[in-house]
Design a protein around this ligand. Structure first.
Ligand code: AP5
Length: 222
């Protein structure tokens, strides 16, 4: 399908937002924008922003809106100004304030959110997914050591580089991130249900099945 859409992937840590985003951009004309990846890139580059966000991220707190919103919205505007693709937002918005600023930004450029895919998953599965997650130290490709392991069990299938565990995937930090999700991000479900764009998907299914469910929801968008 070549329809241009702007989509949001909502869901708790470990629900599979990044995993599904990688698959969706192969099938739809979308640019994947992950706020977590943008912030990790700032940290890796040693920028001022990267230094400011480190403590928040490693402790499982959200980065304050004033540090993250402008960066993500400016990337969205840049990508949409190219005029060919929609955006697939992963991890943004995460607070009501971010959601309202996003609506304003889209309205300014005559665009809108076409669908918010809400990936729902129980806490026990979340902790299992986070503890099993590993990412390639070079390209960032994400694996799970039992559900989606690399072929040789150790190194990235694409780069042959070792896999690493994210510092915020340790169990105590995962539990903090879940609390933060319930308190600050889950209210976005009601916000987007009200505007009629929320599409709920069961994220406990196998990776291929989740992708198929999302595709079925996207096919219903006029
Ligand atoms: P971010 O990087 O956005 O993390 P997150 O939302 O917590 O999401 P994750 O990346 O942990 O999980 P995911 O849903 O993408 O799951 P994945 O596909 O990897 O944010 C990190 C931090 O940055 C935040 O805590 C905050 O500090 C800051 N931040 C970012 N954005 C911000 C914002 N907007 N405002 C403020 N602060 C912000 O899958 C997880 C594992 O499960 C993998 O191993 C995968 O292989 C496996 N898996 C996936 N799907 C399945 C399946 N169906 N079955 C079995 N295994 C599966």
């Amino acid at each position: 399908m070549n329809k241009i859409m702007n989509l949001v992937l909502l869901g708790p840590p470990g629900a599979g937002k990044g995993t599904q985003a990688k698959r969706l951009i192969e099938q739809y004309p979308l640019v994947h924008l992950s706020s977590g990846d943008m912030l990790r890139a700032e940290r890796a580059a040693g920028s001022e922003l990267g230094k400011k966000v480190t403590g928040f991220m490693d402790s499982g707190s959200l980065v304050p809106d004033e540090l993250v919103t402008a960066v993500v919205i400016s990337r969205i505007k840049h990508e949409l100004s190219e005029g060919k693709k929609g955006v697939l937002l992963d991890g943004f918005p995460r607070t009501l304030s971010q959601a309202k600023d996003l609506d304003t930004a889209f309205a300014q450029i005559g665009a809108k959110i076409d669908a918010v895919i809400d990936l729902q998953l129980d806490t026990d599965l979340i902790v299992d997914r986070m503890s099993g997650r590993r990412s390639c130290s070079k390209c960032g490709r994400v694996y799970h050591m039992t559900a989606n392991p690399p072929k040789d069990g150790v190194n990235c299938d694409d780069c042959n580089e070792p896999l690493l565990q994210r510092p915020d995937d340790k169990e105590d930090v995962v539990r903090k991130r879940l609390t933060v999700y319930v308190e600050q991000t889950a209210p976005l479900e009601a916000y987007y249900r009200q505007t009629g764009v929320l599409k709920v998907v069961d994220a406990s299914l196998e990776i291929d099945e989740v992708t198929a469910k999302i595709q079925a929801e996207l096919e219903t968008i006029k």
